[in-house]
Design a protein around this ligand. Structure first.
Ligand SMILES: Cc1cc2nc3c(=O)[nH]c(=O)nc-3n(C[C@H](O)[C@H](O)[C@H](O)COP(=O)(O)O)c2cc1C
Length: 209
């Protein structure tokens, strides 16, 4: 390497360091914009039914699961669990079992999404298991949207985990307890056009002032 190249490389490196975006210290973050960002995320999340094959990074899926873990639960009993499936064989088995509930073996109810976060909740841990698990599902979908991923609640987890195959999946994972399937949160990168929100009905909110 000649002297000129070395100097040029040093200048480029210095420029890179100088230009690198510095994280904004929390005390300087405008609270209003935080609120706007949170609201926008809630209002723009949509159910996505078209995915690419690309697998999201594990750290992103972990972050999404973390959001699920911080959902409120009745008396903080934390009745739900999440089975994070990135394994294609298991993903396909769950899809097949789900399709079987629909009595239509020819479809993929997971719309080609590469990741499935199955939420189950222990009936014996809390009488609010269904609400607990549903709130976990909500957090997962909203967090996925915030992380730039598409998601959709795919139902019939209850029926799937009532089958012998479903029960065997839990047993093989060493999951013991009276777990009921709440929902499957499918995840992946959005393919095609991002869906638009349907109009809201008129009588959503009744005010008592
Ligand atoms: C409890 C529940 C079950 C759902 N099950 C399915 C499903 O099995 N398949 C599917 O494609 N979408 C399912 N969805 C997604 C809804 O169809 C979707 O949320 C609704 O059409 C509104 O669209 P949005 O999520 O884009 O606002 C489910 C949603 C909920 C809350």
């Amino acid at each position: 390497m000649n002297k000129l190249t070395t100097i040029a490389m040093a200048v480029v490196m210095l420029l890179c360091v100088a230009c690198k975006e510095q994280p904004v210290p929390p005390e300087f973050i405008d609270k209003k914009s935080q609120k706007d960002i949170a609201m926008e995320n809630l209002l723009t999340r949509r159910s996505v039914r078209q995915y690419t094959d690309q697998m999201p990074p594990k750290e992103v899926i972990e972050e999404i699961c973390k959001a699920g873990m911080y959902a409120p639960t009745g008396m903080n009993r934390q009745s739900p669990i999440i089975i994070a499936v990135t394994n294609k064989e298991m993903r396909d088995s769950l899809s097949r079992l789900n399709a079987r509930v629909l009595e239509n073996d020819s479809i993929d109810p997971f719309y080609g999404a590469p990741v499935v976060l199955v939420v189950l909740a222990d009936k014996d841990t809390s009488h609010t298991y269904l609400e607990d698990g549903s709130l976990v599902m909500g957090n997962l979908m909203n967090a996925a949207h915030a992380m730039g991923l598409g998601s959709c609640w795919i139902h019939r987890a209850k029926e799937v985990f009532e089958t012998e195959e479903g029960k065997q999946i839990l047993a093989d994972l060493g999951i013991e307890g009276n777990y009921v399937g709440i929902g499957n949160c499918i995840l992946g990168y959005v393919a095609g056009e991002y869906p638009k929100a349907k109009p809201r009905k008129d009588n959503w909110v009744y005010w008592v002032e």
